[in-house]
Ligand binder design. Structure first.
Ligand code: AMP
Length: 393
């Protein structure tokens, strides 16, 4: 994908408005429980400082619904960011061009939660224009916010020259390598609970892949559509025709669909519930399919061996409960092994995927793991991302 990159901008004496994502998780005491998003913002901030730009950071936090809500102030980020940067960070509740102009050229400013006004989520041009008036260039570094046409993450790009920050650049380059110009054959593994939440994604993928593996609860709907009795399994029977349409579209596009050929069933939805492996036509009426069976895993590993690119979204079973994490963990570990041998490029993201891959202890081995839930899914669905469109060269 061709987009404007940070290294191409002359930044000396300029003020850069940077959209980051500081929507970090906190515990009941207000402590930051995972600072990945703060860490991700550091390379761009350091680059701007090194190149002589004043840095004004914008972010949302939580869902204050357009109200000023002190519990959702971004002020708590300041000490964490100062510690990570080893530099003072100035927090500004109500910014203005004069206030920003008065600060030293090496200042780093954090502006209060952009969602304290409804104009942010409305993508209101007045807010975008105002934010643009605070600086000279806009740097978009929050891929996770790029699927929304909000004032601070997309509309501002209509009023300032806009460039991808370094985290954004890394994300876009990896995603492009997985779907826009991948090494073929390309496979995707899509799991998770429901077909209904992934129809657009499946429809987009079948036209772009060599093989699509469907697992998790959503596979049950496909098995049901093919005439199997899925017993008491999670299954969206009303989506039978949609599932058949997707299978037909895959056939027309020459995309091989891999569904479970054996399954792990239990009568109780709980960890360590008594379970058994059975064939697709042997699921009893009181049993739930909670994982793919060993023969299915073996087929998936063969597909991985034959593929050069893997896109992974969603678990293959109810992975939060042993032993129903087995197929997810085995497939993830195998993909990780192929990555270590440089035999496959594996990109993963969306929903529970990161938690499932963390359980398999493969986060460091995959080529790239996106923590941008919604934006990653919309990218997989082939939808335009407003925060990316403003960067296109
Ligand atoms: P999603 O957010 O759509 O990726 O769905 C993830 C959820 O799907 C996880 O909580 C899994 O436990 C659940 N899941 C996966 N496979 C099954 C299954 N066979 N039956 C019920 N839930 C499942």
């Amino acid at each position: 994908m061709s987009f404007r990159r940070l290294e191409t901008v002359d930044l000396i004496g300029k003020t850069a408005i940077v959209r980051v994502d500081f929507n970090v998780p906190r515990n009941a005491d207000g402590d930051i429980t995972d600072d990945t998003r703060i860490q991700s913002a550091l390379p761009t901030i350091k680059h701007l400082q090194a190149k002589g730009a004043k840095t004004v950071l914008l972010s949302h936090f939580g869902r204050p619904k357009g109200q000023h809500n002190p519990a959702m102030s971004l002020q708590f980020i300041v000490p964490a960011l100062e510690a990570a940067l080893g530099k003072k960070v100035t927090f500004i509740e109500k910014p203005s061009p004069t206030l920003i102009a008065e600060l030293d050229q090496d200042a780093i400013v954090l502006v209060e939660n952009t969602r304290f006004t409804t104009m942010e989520t409305e993508g209101h041009p007045d807010m975008a224009k105002f934010l643009a008036s605070l600086g000279d260039v806009f740097i978009m570094d929050a891929f996770s916010a790029s699927h929304r046409k909000h004032a601070s993450s997309a509309v501002i790009g209509e009023y300032l020259p806009s460039y991808a920050g370094l985290a954004m650049e890394r994300e876009l380059d990896h995603l492009a390598a997985a779907l826009d110009h991948p090494k073929t054959p390309v496979m995707a593994l899509v799991g998770g609970a429901k077909v209904s939440s992934k129809i657009d994604l499946l429809e987009n993928l079948v036209s772009r892949l060599d093989t699509l593996v469907i697992g998790g609860g959503m596979a049950n709907t496909f098995l049901y559509a093919q005439g199997y009795d899925v017993g008491a399994s999670l299954c969206e029977k009303d989506l039978r025709d949609k599932a058949l349409d997707i299978l037909k579209a895959a056939e027309n596009a020459n995309c091989r669909i891999v569904l479970p050929i054996d399954v792990v069933v239990a009568t109780e939805f709980k960890a360590n519930a008594e379970s058994r492996v059975c064939a697709l036509d042997a699921v009893k009426s009181n049993e739930m399919i909670l994982d793919a069976g060993p023969e299915t895993v073996s087929v998936i590993l063969d597909v991985m061996d034959a593929s050069k690119t893997l896109i992974w979204n969603g678990p293959l079973g109810a992975f939060e409960m042993t032993p129903f994490d087995t197929s997810t963990v085995e497939c993830a570990k195998y993909a990780a092994k192929l990555c270590r041998k440089d035999a496959i490029t594996a990109v993963a993201g969306g929903g529970d995927t990161v938690a499932a891959l963390a359980l398999a202890d493969v986060l460091d081995d995959f080529t790239f793991i996106s923590t941008a839930g919604g934006a990653f899914l919309e990218w997989m669905e082939g939808k335009p991302l407003p925060g990316v469109d403003i960067l296109k060269a």
